[in-house]
Design a protein around this ligand. Structure first.
Ligand code: UDP
Length: 348
């Protein structure tokens, strides 16, 4: 029988791509989402891409323990991939209580249900933000985490620690608890869309992230892209990031889930960087977008954005070797997919 994976936050940007790849790899998937930051567009797209109308969907808030518990009672969940969280850095600074409550309580509930229903494999979606402004680049999983600069970033660090502690506490079935095993994936900068252009990123309001702002500017929804800072100590003066294609990222989740379910973990709690290992500057990304899509983007250089680190990119050796996974799509292909998705949304 196929193993069953719960994807919390599965109607969102990353969750929908992961659901597609899990189904493609032969897993049964249950999706839970409270729809607080998305509509049904991506979930409908997932059904079209996979040809599966019957994916169980629970519109529940993971902060509601009873609802989570009921889902676990109705399905024998073998693994959970937890995406259900708020993700806007600036908003988290303005509304820390809301961020801590939502991001921590929902994860605690997932862990509690995992433990109470006989144990489970839990994959947590962490972030490269845990590294902050790292001294040595690229960052490995051993690079020390730096104090978070926002409540959002802090919830990522705290959830990693909570997962580690729960794994430790349940190891070997101590106290008759179900065993929880865990993997934290630290994402670098996920961008792009599914090649079908049926699912992609759907930011509400003005996008904070670079690529949705680029595509919305190209389509005419925004007047001009501001490149935040061109006086950084980098070759062209703009920040360096590791942009990881969303389908490649989704495949890393399948590799990590399979590692857990196939009993291949070397430790009960593991961490992997998920990036390309290649730094790309903001300016390079903008010009690559213009080139691959054959258009001119309206952009200007603007002051630095507070809180941005100068440069970060991943050492991907561990993920490459242990997960047998590697980023494959080129930045150009990814930027073409982002543009195809924006045009699909605009009906063009
Ligand atoms: N950026 C930019 N203009 C924008 C949005 C982002 O120049 O409208 C820059 C930002 O300063 C950073 C990079 O693009 O150097 C990636 O930012 P994003 O918000 O996408 O991800 P982050 O790395 O902050 O998580």
């Amino acid at each position: 029988m196929a193993k069953k994976v719960l994807v919390s936050g599965g109607a969102g940007y990353i969750g929908s791509h992961v659901t597609v790849e899990l189904i493609g790899a032969g897993y049964d998937v249950v999706v839970a989402d409270n729809m607080s930051n998305c509509d049904m567009t991506c979930f409908e797209g997932v059904k079209k891409i996979t040809g599966r109308e019957d994916i169980p969907f629970y519109q529940i808030d993971c902060c509601d323990y009873e609802a989570v518990d009921k889902l676990f009672a109705e399905h024998k969940i073998d693994a959970v991939i937890h995406f259900a969280a708020f993700k806007a850095v600036g908003e988290s600074v303005a509304k820390p209580i809301m961020y801590y409550r939502n991001n921590l309580v929902s994860f605690l509930n997932i862990l509690e249900a995992s433990k109470n229903h006989g144990g489970c494999n839990v994959l947590f979606s962490s972030s490269a933000t845990v590294y902050g402004e790292a001294e040595n680049l690229p960052v490995t999983e051993q690079t020390p985490r730096l104090p978070a600069t926002s409540p959002y970033g802090n919830t990522k660090q705290m959830c990693e620690d909570i997962l580690r502690d729960v794994v430790l506490a349940t190891a070997g079935g101590a106290d008759g608890q179900g065993v929880v095993k865990g993997i934290a994936l630290r994402y670098f900068n996920p961008i792009g869309a599914h090649p079908s252009a049926l699912i992609g990123e759907l930011p509400r309001g003005v996008p904070n992230n670079l690529v949705p702002f680029i595509t919305q500017t190209a389509i005419g929804k925004r007047e001009c892209l501001s490149i935040f800072g061109n006086d950084y100590p980098t070759e062209d003066g703009t920040c360096l990031r590791d942009y990881i294609d969303i389908v490649d990222l989704a495949k890393a989740h399948v590799a990590a889930v399979s590692r857990m379910l196939d009993g291949k973990m070397k430790q009960d709690y593991e961490i992997f960087n998920v990036g390309t290992g290649r730094p790309v500057s903001v300016y390079e990304l903008v010009t690559a977008f213009e080139k691959v899509n054959g258009l001119k983007l309206n952009y200007k250089f603007a002051p630095r954005r507070p809180g941005d680190v100068v440069a970060i990119w991943a050492d991907t050796k561990l993920a490459n070797e242990e997960l047998g996974w590697k980023a494959e799509r080129t930045v150009g292909e990814t930027l073409a997919s982002a543009w195809a998705w924006e045009r699909h949304l605009a009906g063009k």
